[in-house]
Design a binder for this molecule. Structure first.
Ligand code: ADP
Length: 258
């Protein structure tokens, strides 16, 4: 029977290898979608570049003209060119930041502090939109090895989505609840809203890149958030909230993966 035991072990190992390969593949396809994000930003570069080219040909035409040159007009055009060049530079910087940030810097993190910072960032916006943010933070939360900037980005995104989901709700209902908790080997952050919820046909596509139901949406938020969760070997999911609305939950493992 020794032979058959070896066979089973071999089979198990092969299966495990296939599973790991599948996991790696899925992960890299998500990373490619982060690359897609960079490429859309690069696409945006076309706008300022086209503007610069057209201002520039305007200048050349004026210089070719036999009529005397209005210096003020020329100065104005050059200032516009400078502004567009600056805008192009900002877009490039955003792409750089994005790419650089895709490797998480894992440091022991006080998740509650990150949540407080994230809320601090959007509080003013929330107030303007008639939304209240309530937080209930666990006081027994161990530190999590994670990238503070990335996790903050997730919380901000989830709260933003929650606000968007409650746009049409009565002012009294516009409360977003942010909770942290310690669940076994995970620390979790959940963001709950009282919005209209997520219909099944939308739920299936929620995390796809560029999927959005908003006229001004880009549809990259949840896709990037899930990629970040997976880079940390964590998970990002959502559930229907009892009494109406949705709860998004980010779970991060407490111990660093080997
Ligand atoms: P965007 O916010 O640009 O649309 P996201 O990837 O963040 O991109 O979200 C994708 C879509 O998921 C949204 O357009 C919306 O339809 C849906 N969604 C996200 N969060 C919620 C929520 N809390 N309640 C209802 N729908 C949501």
């Amino acid at each position: 029977w020794m032979g058959s035991v070896l066979d089973i072990t071999e089979e198990k190992r092969a299966r495990e290898q296939a599973r790991q390969q599948e996991e790696r593949l899925q992960q890299s396809s998500r990373l490619i979608t982060m690359g897609e994000m960079a490429s859309t930003l690069a696409h945006e570069l076309n706008q300022p570049l086209a503007a610069i080219a057209s201002y520039n040909s305007g200048c050349i035409n004026r210089l070719h003209d036999a009529q005397p040159i209005d210096r003020r007009e020329l100065l104005d055009i050059h200032e516009r060119i400078a502004r567009q060049a600056q805008r192009a530079g900002e877009i490039i910087r955003r792409v750089h930041d994005f790419v650089r940030r895709s490797e998480p810097k894992r440091e022991p993190l006080d998740l509650n502090a990150v949540i407080r910072d994230a809320i601090g960032l959007i509080e003013a916006d929330a107030r303007k939109r008639g939304m209240r943010i309530r937080s209930e933070l666990a006081d027994d939360l161990p530190q999590v090895p994670a990238d503070a900037v990335m996790i903050e980005q997730i919380v901000v995104n989830l709260v933003r989505n929650a606000m968007d989901a409650m746009r049409d709700e009565a002012p009294a209902a516009r409360i977003i609840e942010v909770r942290s908790a310690h669940e076994g080997r995970f620390a979790t952050v959940s963001v709950a809203d009282r919005g209209a919820g997520i219909p099944d046909e939308i739920a299936a596509r929620l995390f796809e890149p560029f999927f959005t139901t908003k006229s001004e949406g880009m549809g990259m938020g949840l896709n990037i958030c899930r990629s970040i969760a997976e880079l940390h070997h964590g998970r990002l999911g959502f559930e229907v909230r009892a009494g109406g609305g949705t709860i998004f939950t980010l779970s991060l493992p407490l111990d660093s993966p080997a």
